[in-house]
Design a protein around this ligand. Structure first.
Ligand SMILES: [Zn+2]
Length: 399
């Protein structure tokens, strides 16, 4: 039986308490044997090893490892109700078609119930913060009531008319930051892309966009023809003013002002060294969802190339309609198996620190250190060595 992750979110607690365990993984490069955390008023105040400050209540979690709570940097909770209902085998285009049809049939209440179930799965799997892409606007309140921290990206696509006039970026309730996302460069007009990015830039908020994901997207942007061009034309959408063709999606994004240090580019299946170096120069964030990419496109992003370029990719599960679970350690385990040359420490960083940075939440989450939120997970694995902690966390756990 696999060890079960235990989650602790002490942010609303006032009392001071020591949390002790066999191992403390402050970040993947910094592990402390027999370490402890002092949490007070919901914040980590002190970290130590050995002698514990007197007169404070102590909770000894056991011989396993305390580590930062996880960050799922990209998901679509609105699609959770479609888990297992859409086939991958006919390719991405059919997956999208089936998804739109079945989403419509389910209706709002069932989609909301699915999102609530997805949030329970996230919490049970040790996740504290999530980057939620909301196409229908159904998940903001559910997330606000959940206790999770989130950047709630309201996603738009189509032309500028898709953007409501009264769009405001007022702070969300609870632990929610409300921001905006564009769906993708082949589904969203340049004018709308620019507007969405401008609004988030002016507000100092993260921005998200799927980029270089499908072959249809690549062909459309690089040739201004192909199945996607036909699809738009059939629907009476005129893309003659979109400035196509372009060298690649990233050039298109950059000339619209999308590439800066607040943007998260998601998937990047059709990108390589040149694009990664460029994103590194711009300080942009990248998020990959390897199981979803494998399921929908039969390929994986060039993660080693991203790392060689100096990027710090984060992990997302994408939706439960395209990945087997919303459990970020399932994504981590798949990633580690798919890229055996990547160290387990890097994969843990992708599941914690890098995601927190991409979502603008690095001051709260992603590592255990004084000043960060009192949110962590405990994994009851025994007989660890400092050299194999990350590897055992990835491969021996389940929600
Ligand atoms: Zn997505």
């Amino acid at each position: 039986m696999k060890p079960k992750i235990q989650c602790f979110d002490l942010r609303s607690r006032n009392n001071a308490e020591i949390h002790l365990a066999g191992w403390l993984l402050m970040d993947p490069q910094t592990v402390v044997q027999k370490g402890w955390l002092l949490v007070e008023k919901g914040i980590i105040r002190e970290i130590g090893r050995g002698r514990i400050p007197a007169l404070l209540p102590v909770r000894d979690h056991g011989p396993g490892v305390l580590l930062p709570a996880f960050v799922n940097a990209h998901t679509h909770l609105e699609l959770s109700a479609l888990q297992g209902k859409i086939s991958f085998s006919r390719g991405f285009r059919f997956w999208v078609k089936e998804l739109l049809e079945k989403r419509e049939v389910l209706g709002e209440e069932k989609l909301k119930a699915g999102a609530a179930q997805g949030i329970r799965e996230l919490k049970n799997s040790g996740c504290i913060a999530v980057g939620e892409i909301s196409t229908l606007g159904l998940t903001k309140e559910i997330l606000a009531d959940s206790g999770l921290s989130a950047v709630y990206f309201r996603e738009y696509l189509g032309g500028i008319s898709a953007m409501p006039q009264d769009m405001s970026l007022s702070p969300g309730k609870g632990n929610i930051t409300a921001s905006l996302a564009a769906h993708a460069p082949h589904t969203t007009s340049p004018e709308l892309l620019k507007t969405l990015k401008e609004k988030t830039r002016n507000a100092g908020l993260p921005f998200s966009i799927h980029l270089a994901e499908s072959e249809d997207e690549m062909e459309f942007l690089q040739k201004a023809r192909g199945p996607w061009a036909d699809f738009l034309t059939e629907r009476g959408i005129d893309f003659s003013g979109w400035g196509l063709p372009v060298q690649n999606p990233l050039h298109h994004a950059d000339r619209l002002g999308l590439a800066d240090d607040k943007s998260i580019f998601v998937h990047l299946l059709h990108a390589g060294t040149e694009e990664f170096r460029f994103l590194k120069e711009r300080g942009s964030h990248v998020c990959i969802c390897p199981r979803s990419s494998q399921n929908l496109h039969g390929c994986l992003p060039d993660l080693p190339g991203m790392l060689r370029a100096g990027l710090s990719p984060c992990l997302g599960t994408d939706s439960a309609a395209s990945a087997q679970s919303l459990h970020i350690l399932d994504e981590a385990a798949f990633t580690a198996r798919a890229f055996p040359e990547i160290s387990p420490e890097t994969v843990i960083a992708m599941s914690t620190r890098n995601g927190a940075a991409a979502l603008g939440l690095a001051n709260h989450f992603g590592s255990l250190q004084p000043g960060r939120a009192g949110a962590f997970t405990y994994i009851p694995i025994e007989n660890c060595l400092s050299s194999n902690l990350s590897e055992r966390i990835i491969h021996e756990t389940s929600a």
